[in-house]
Design a protein around this ligand. Structure first.
Ligand SMILES: *Cc1c(COP(=O)(O)O)cnc(C)c1O
Length: 422
């Protein structure tokens, strides 16, 4: 197979005039796809410099349909953790493809992957495999209810847990009944969680929480150890399940789960995004006392047993486990962030980078309408660095020192251009 290596981003060039193909596909999409595009990858709400349609990707580089090239800091919004077209993952995929994908039963790799997860994740005594993060979070909620025979689920206000009616951030097409038996607390505010648990009383089935507060356009916040331990105690004393939604952070921070550094293990965790370096797969891991709950519910999907993404996950997890990939992601993130902080200050901006270094977000002070962060992201993307104005970014193991240096040259120009505009 011939590989086209992308090496040069469109640094210093404003190629807005060269977007014929993107415009053409957008016009065609507008006729046959709701809103022209939907969900998180719809660029209608992004600054004008963003392309909608992509042609290829390699490592940490992307090329759009008009040939504009980018150093990518979104990683497919999380799934790419080792870099696109990673050789070990691609080899595992093509070997499994040679044997077949959708068969009339799972392939042995399903058992191997479940064993790997059970071995890797301290709380896990079993693992269930699905396709999307929403499958995993929804399965966790159902399992908690089935295991406890109770109804109430507590979650942090504003947290994203997927795109099903019970958790979608939009109320379009959602009924109040879909949200019955949910109650809310504030992230990192243990007292509010205690109050919610009290309201649920002996009907509390579970608490679902993301390891990091990562909401659009707001400062990213790690859970404090006190908060994480407090939720653990709340769940324990109520006999409810603590569910960690590790869909976004999982396999980027710590292979034992993103609260392992805090010394807190959940009863169940939802995983997806980075688990198979871009291949469609999700997982639920759970402890022994929830096994019967997981056995009581009916969850399945036509594509949930496909061995190809499972083979991709086996390859991804073994690279993550046996190499310094996680260290390299952290180092790349640290150097990108420290460069951005220096540049922002040098250009006279009051900007803050928050969140885990593997998933940072840059925000400007006094920018509640996000005009500055949008203008900055626009200047960056036009010059060949693909960031996001309000959603956290993602680093991968394919971001090497030279990529970060090149990206920082571009962001320096973006800050300068932003300064000229103001
Ligand atoms: C992306 C995400 C989900 C949903 O995953 P999908 O694969 O998009 O269904 C759930 N929780 C968190 C924290 C996420 O970031």
């Amino acid at each position: 197979m011939k590989r086209t290596v992308i090496t040069e981003p469109a640094a210093g060039r404003d190629e807005l005039d060269h977007r014929e193909k993107d415009s053409l596909f957008r016009a065609r999409a507008g006729k046959v796809i709701p809103s022209g595009m939907y969900g998180h990858m719809a660029v209608q709400k992004l600054p004008a410099g963003y392309p909608q349609f992509m042609e290829r990707g390699e490592g940490c580089r992307l090329r759009d349909v008009d040939g504009r090239e980018f150093i990518d800091f979104m990683c497919g919004w999380g799934p790419i953790v080792l870099g696109r077209r990673h050789q070990d993952v691609d080899r595992a995929v093509s070997e499994q493809l040679d044997r077949g994908d959708v068969l009339n039963g799972p392939a042995p790799v399903m058992v191997e992957l479940a064993e790997t997860l059970v071995e890797m994740v301290p709380h896990a005594d079993w693992a269930l495999l699905a396709k999307n993060g929403t499958d995993a979070t929804t399965t966790c909620v159902s399992t908690a209810r089935a295991a406890t025979g109770r109804r109430k689920i507590l979650l942090a206000r504003g947290a994203y847990h997927g795109a099903a009616p019970w958790c979608s951030p939009s109320l379009g097409g959602v009924l109040p009944e879909d949200r019955a038996h949910l109650d809310f607390f504030e992230y990192n505010d243990l007292e509010s969680a205690k109050a919610a648990a009290e309201r649920a009383g002996d009907d509390l089935a579970g608490i679902i929480i993301a390891p990091v507060k990562q909401e659009l356009g707001t400062r990213q916040e790690y859970a404090t150890a006190e908060f994480a331990r407090g939720l653990r105690q709340l769940a324990d004393s109520a006999g409810a399940a603590l569910i960690l939604d590790d869909v976004r952070c999982g396999f980027r921070i710590d292979l034992q789960g993103s609260w392992a550094p805090l010394g807190v293990q959940p009863d169940m965790a939802a995983w997806s995004k980075a688990i198979a370096n871009g291949h469609p797969l999700a997982a639920v891991t759970g402890s022994e006392w929830l096994r019967e709950g997981a056995e009581a519910i009916f969850v399945t999907g036509s594509f949930w047993y496909s061995p190809v993404p499972m083979a991709a996950a086996m390859a991804t997890l073994s690279v993550l486990r046996d190499s310094d990939a996680l260290d390299r992601i952290r180092v790349a993130g640290e150097s990108f962030i420290s460069g951005l902080r220096t540049q922002a200050a040098a250009h006279g901006f009051d900007a803050e980078v928050s969140g885990p270094v593997q998933m940072p977000l840059l925000q400007f002070a006094d920018d509640s309408d996000q005009a500055l962060s949008s203008a900055f992201a626009d200047e960056a993307v036009r010059r060949g660095v693909y960031l996001h104005p309000v959603h956290n970014w993602f680093l991968s193991a394919a971001h090497q020192e030279a990529d970060i240096a090149q990206a920082l040259e571009i962001t320096d120009e973006a800050f300068a251009a932003l300064g000229r505009k103001l």
